[in-house]
Design a protein around this ligand. Structure first.
Ligand code: GTP
Ligand code: SPV
Ligand code: MN
Length: 592
């Protein structure tokens, strides 16, 4: 596979530590992949689904205690504690290696170690970075083959260099109390043990493409962000791009693949998906910001995905996909999840592997759910009907706007615009959202999640803010920055804004602002649309409702100020003074 002495040495060192019975290098050839699928089916690790209805699709169930990212067991291990910062868990490198070396010691005995060479980004582009993941899970191999560009071609690109991210993963005993997801940004290394779930084990994704990459981006002058990227094609054929950062399970995949409301479709509007989760962003020669999606597939939330909410995602998972923790329909050997349709299967197995009685389903009782709320699909990006023609672009797409957003039942209006890059960075830094099932722990609790990066920033959050400010200096034609909230609720707790495809109406106002074509009104928090400037044609939302959606309640914003101050205090003295000034300006605007 390779003569690279750094790769060979590291693989052999890790094999010595973990003692697998065999080491298999992943080539990316279909023949080898098919052999692995058959092997995993034979062992029960995956279930082959109906070949006529879901060709080349598989179902996998994780352990019941292993269904989401584990933020409290995720560490940034740097020689100095302050380099990880107060918002990350930190361990001393020596202590950490001692502890984990004991856990990894002999953990692959009786198993095979798979060596997965992969690239984040299009091979050969300036953005591309090579990683190698060692794992004892075929499920991980099959997912990585969908989510990244993987195989021999990555080793060929690496040549004899030692520039690769070293990822070591073992399911070990899936022991929760010894589960660790550990990053050594100073050593380009990731160690993950005792989990078999998505973000904990597909090391190219959150571990490399966000945590390690954000660290590298700061060092090398670029950005790694938890953002979708989409293009809006106008009836005249022109396409404009935006990126958007929402926390986990807050609507990135849905926005990235949105289908315009009929009235816009008829006029010729189209939306193209470049990415649904991660963006790597660089300053172009023209001073604009250019974004690529370093991934090659989607690891999307299954529940709620249906023909109406996200037909493009549904189309993407009709072949060559892996489903994790959804319902198994035994009647026709297909899959189901809450919110797919109104026909729950009668003869079915739930995500835990038990017989599932759909008649007992009670929305308020999670133990009756057929699919886990964080159940997922893994699908090749190429399957998506709206995948952007720029998906494989080596230069990336130019961004007109960057959008932040979260789940806020009250405070945040449907959309507002920041006054400048600095103010926009502040808006991102004070983002807050209700927690979701994507991470272990309580859901529905409002927490600060700056730029949707709280769980994914590989270094000190205050320095990350400073890096944002620096990037704005370097980009002489920086995008405008906005904030959206699709999740405002009425007094009964119902969402007021229809969301999904209708979010295009908000995106079009954003793009009009960028093109200098739309008006706005000043407010204490930034620029708000005039209610009549959000196009509501063909939609059952009144102008009064729009006014409510855009209202800014000064009292609840003032309450937020103290929680923002406490959050900045927690981050500590690295918070740039520019952002502290913005906070004072916000407070005095609200008190006026
Ligand atoms: P990760 O993959 O965890 O990063 O999540 P994501 O940000 O891609 O979220 P996704 O698009 O999968 O949406 C998560 C949940 O939010 C799903 O249950 C969706 O149905 C719901 N959702 C997405 N967009 C909207 C919207 O515009 N309005 C409402 N009310 N719900 C939405
Ligand atoms: C997220 O939680 O933001 C995800 C899923 O995209 S995971 O890969 O588990 O991180
Ligand atoms: Mn995500």
């Amino acid at each position: 596979m390779t003569e690279n002495k750094f790769v060979k040495q590291w693989v052999s060192d890790m094999a010595e530590l973990t003692s697998p019975d065999a080491v298999v290098w992943i080539t990316g050839d279909e023949e080898q992949t098919e052999k692995l699928r058959r092997q995993a089916v034979a062992s029960g690790e995956i279930i082959k689904l109906n070949e006529d209805k879901l060709p080349n699709c598989y179902l996998h169930r994780t352990a019941v205690n292993d269904v989401a990212r584990v933020e409290d067991r995720t560490f940034i291990v740097t020689s100095r504690r302050e380099d990880a910062g107060n918002t990350n868990n930190w361990m001393d490198p020596k202590e950490c290696k001692e502890k984990l070396t004991k856990l990894f010691c002999g953990c692959m005995r009786g198993r095979t170690m798979y060596v997965i060479p992969y690239s984040m980004g299009v091979l050969g582009s300036d953005f591309s970075k090579i990683g190698i993941e060692l794992t004892d899970s075929i499920y991980v191999v099959l997912n990585m083959l969908i989510m990244t560009r993987a195989g021999q071609k990555c080793l060929d690109q690496l040549g004899d260099k030692d520039e690769f991210i070293k990822g070591l993963h073992s399911k070990a005993d899936l022991d929760e109390s010894n589960r660790y997801i550990v990053h050594f940004p100073e050593e380009d290394t990731i160690w993950s043990i005792n989990s078999g779930y998505g973000g904990n084990v597909l090391l190219g994704k959150k571990c490399f493409a966000l945590r390690i990459a954000s660290y590298l981006g700061r060092k090398e002058g670029w950005m790694a962000e938890h953002m979708l990227i989409l293009g809006v094609e106008y009836p005249n054929g022109e396409t404009k791009y935006i990126s958007a950062a929402f926390p986990s399970a807050c609507g990135k995949t849905n926005l990235a693949m949105l289908i315009p409301p009929e009235i816009f479709r008829k006029r010729g509007y189209k939306v193209w998906c470049v990415g649904d989760d991660i963006a790597w962003i660089r300053v172009g020669k023209d001073g604009r910001l250019y974004a690529v999606n370093p991934e090659n597939g989607f690891f999307g939330v299954a529940p709620g995905t249906n023909e109406k909410s996200n037909p493009n995602a549904l189309a993407s998972v009709q072949r060559d996909s892996i489903f994790t923790n959804v319902v198994h329909n035994l009647d026709d050997n297909t899959v189901w999840w809450e919110g797919l349709n109104d026909n729950p299967p009668k003869n079915a197995i739930d995500w835990k592997g038990n017989k599932w009685d759909y008649t007992k389903f009670d929305k308020s009782d999670k133990s009756t759910y057929g699919a886990h709320p964080n159940s997922r699909f893994t699908a090749p990006a190429k399957n998506c009907p709206c995948v952007s023609p720029e998906f494989d672009s080596v230069t990336g797409v130019p961004l007109e706007a960057i959008v932040f957003g979260g789940r806020r039942a009250k405070t945040a209006p449907l959309v507002y615009e920041s006054r400048s890059w600095q103010h926009g960075t502040f808006v991102g830094s004070i983002m807050a959202s209700e927690t979701t099932a994507a991470a272990a722990g309580k859901t529905g609790v409002v927490r600060r999640d700056p730029m949707a990066m709280l769980p994914f920033c590989g270094y000190n959050m205050g320095e990350y803010f400073a890096h944002w400010l620096e990037m704005g200096q370097k980009a002489t034609h920086a995008p405008k920055i906005f904030h959206v909230n699709w999740f405002r609720t009425d007094d009964e707790g119902h969402f007021i804004w229809p969301g999904f495809g209708d979010n295009l109406r908000v995106v079009l106002w954003i793009l009009d602002r960028c093109a200098g074509k739309a008006d706005a009104v000043d407010s204490p928090i930034g620029y708000l649309p005039k209610p009549e400037d959000i196009n509501l044609e063909g939609l059952d939302v009144s102008l009064d409702t729009m006014k409510e959606l855009l209202s800014v309640d000064k009292e609840s914003w003032l309450e937020d100020i103290s929680s923002i101050r406490a959050f900045y205090d927690k981050i500590g003295p690295t918070v740039p003074k520019e952002l502290l000034c913005e906070l004072e300006t916000l407070e005095s605007n609200l008190k006026k």
